[in-house]
Design a protein around this ligand. Structure first.
Ligand code: 0L1
Ligand code: MG
Length: 259
C-alpha cells in the first residue's frame, strides 16, 4: 500500500478519535491492509496528535490476556502509543462525551528509568524499569460496534483512549509481579476480579515482548515513559457518573470518575 494511502487512513482514524465518531473498518474498503501497514498508519496518526501539541509519554500492550482476546475475537498481542492527551489524573475525571463507546480494564504499568531498545533479555528489561504501579486503561474502539480485525485495531492505536496510574510506584524487586490479585470496582461493586498472571502469563513478559515488537521497526522505550502491560480481565463498558477503582495487591489503587 503506498504512503499516500497510509496517510489518508491515518487522517481517517485520527479524525474519528478527535470527533468521538465511529467509522467503518478500514479492511472493509482496503482488505489488503497488512499488520505492518497498520503499524505505519498508527504511527502516522499519533504523529498528527504530536504535531497538534501532544507528547508521546509511553506505549501500551493490548490483547495480552485470554479474557481480552476472547472478548474481541483477535488472538494476538498488539501494541499502541500513549500521549499526554490520554492521561487521566488519579482521582480525576474522564469525559465520556469525547468517546464513542468507552470501556475500562484493570492493568499494571511500568515506569522506565532508562532508554532501552532491541531484542532484550528479561534481566535487561528489569534493569531499565524504575518501578511498577496499579493502572486503569480506557479503551474506545473507533470502529462501529467495537468490531475489528487485527490490522484495523492496530491502525486505530489499539483503541487507546485514556489511562490513569496509581500514585504508589514500587521497585520491581519488591513486588511479586507475576502473582498480584486485582479487583476492579465500578461504583463500589467488584465488577472484575483477576490476577497479574493473566497478563501474558507475567507482566514482565509483556514488557519484553513489546520491546521485541518495537525492535522490528527500529523503535524502543525512553526513560520516564509509561508502559501499560495489558488488561488482566475483560473490559467493562462505562457510563456517565461511574466511579471506577482498581485495587492491586502490593500496589494500592488507581481511580477515576466518568463525567
Ligand atoms: O488494551 C487492550 O487490550 C485493547 C486492545 C484493543 C482491543 C480492544 O479494544 O479491546
Ligand atoms: Mg489495555
Amino acid at each position: 500500500m503506498n504512503e499516500q494511502r497510509l496517510r489518508e487512513l491515518a487522517f481517517f482514524v485520527d479524525t474519528a478519535a478527535v470527533r468521538g465518531e465511529t467509522i467503518e473498518q478500514l479492511t472493509a474498503k482496503f482488505p489488503d491492509l497488512t499488520v505492518d501497514n497498520a503499524y505505519t498508519v498508527q504511527k502516522m496518526s499519533i504523529d498528527q496528535r504530536i504535531e497538534r501539541g501532544e507528547r508521546l509519554v509511553g506505549m501500551k500492550m493490548g490483547l495480552t490476556s485470554k479474557a481480552k482476546m476472547e472478548q474481541v475475537g483477535v488472538h494476538e498481542p498488539i501494541y499502541g502509543r500513549l500521549t499526554d492527551g490520554m492521561i487521566i489524573n488519579n482521582g480525576g475525571d474522564f469525559s465520556i462525551e469525547k468517546g464513542c463507546h468507552p470501556r475500562v480494564e484493570p492493568e499494571v504499568a511500568f515506569i522506565m528509568k532508562r532508554d532501552i531498545e532491541g531484542k532484550v533479555t528479561d534481566a535487561e528489561a528489569v534493569a531499565a524499569v524504575e518501578g511498577v504501579c496499579a493502572a486503569l486503561e480506557v479503551i474506545d474502539s473507533r470502529y462501529r460496534d467495537f468490531k475489528f480485525t487485527l490490522p484495523d485495531v492496530v491502525a486505530d492505536n489499539t483503541s487507546a483512549s485514556g489511562f490513569v496510574l496509581g500514585s504508589t510506584v514500587r521497585p520491581i524487586s519488591e513486588v511479586n509481579l507475576g502473582n498480584l490479585g486485582i479487583v476492579m470496582e465500578v461504583n463500589g461493586k467488584a465488577e472484575q476480579i483477576g490476577n497479574s498472571s493473566a497478563i501474558y502469563e507475567h507482566p514482565l513478559r509483556s514488557l519484553v515482548q513489546l520491546l521485541h515488537m518495537l525492535a522490528r521497526r527500529g523503535e524502543g522505550l525512553k526513560a520516564g515513559q509509561v508502559v501499560l502491560a495489558g488488561g488482566a480481565t475483560a473490559a467493562v463498558p462505562l457510563k456517565q457518573g461511574d466511579h471506577v477503582r482498581v485495587l492491586v495487591d502490593e500496589l494500592e489503587s488507581a481511580e477515576f470518575r466518568v463525567s
